[in-house]
Design a protein around this ligand. Structure first.
Ligand SMILES: [Zn+2]
Ligand SMILES: [Zn+2]
Length: 98
């Protein structure tokens, strides 16, 4: 007696449009303009996976490193701030009791 009737939900899912994700809509919209992205440094055409640097520019795999494209992003300040946020105790280690 394990004849469980599984009601297919196909009818309802069919009515829901595929595009419910706002991100998906955005991607579709930008695809219309088919503006090929290029590496800011060497102007090489970027593939499907361009490297988005923190300075706001896109680079190829060869130029993605901050040192490779004279990155304008202040990594030192960010690293310092992150460290301070994660380990606020470090500050207290400065005190050197003799
Ligand atoms: Zn490049
Ligand atoms: Zn950069």
């Amino acid at each position: 007696m394990d004849k469980v009737k599984v009601v297919p939900v196909k009818d309802t899912t069919d009515n829901i449009p595929l595009i419910i994700n706002p991100l998906f809509i955005k991607a579709k919209k930008s695809k219309k303009k088919s503006k090929k992205k290029r590496c800011l440094k060497c102007k090489k055409k970027l593939g499907v996976m361009p490297f988005n640097c923190k300075c706001g520019n896109l680079f190829c795999s060869g130029c993605r490193h901050p040192e490779s494209h004279e990155c304008t992003f202040d990594f030192k300040t960010e690293a310092k701030e992150q460290l301070e946020r994660q380990n606020p105790i470090i500050k207290f280690n400065k005190i050197n009791p003799i």
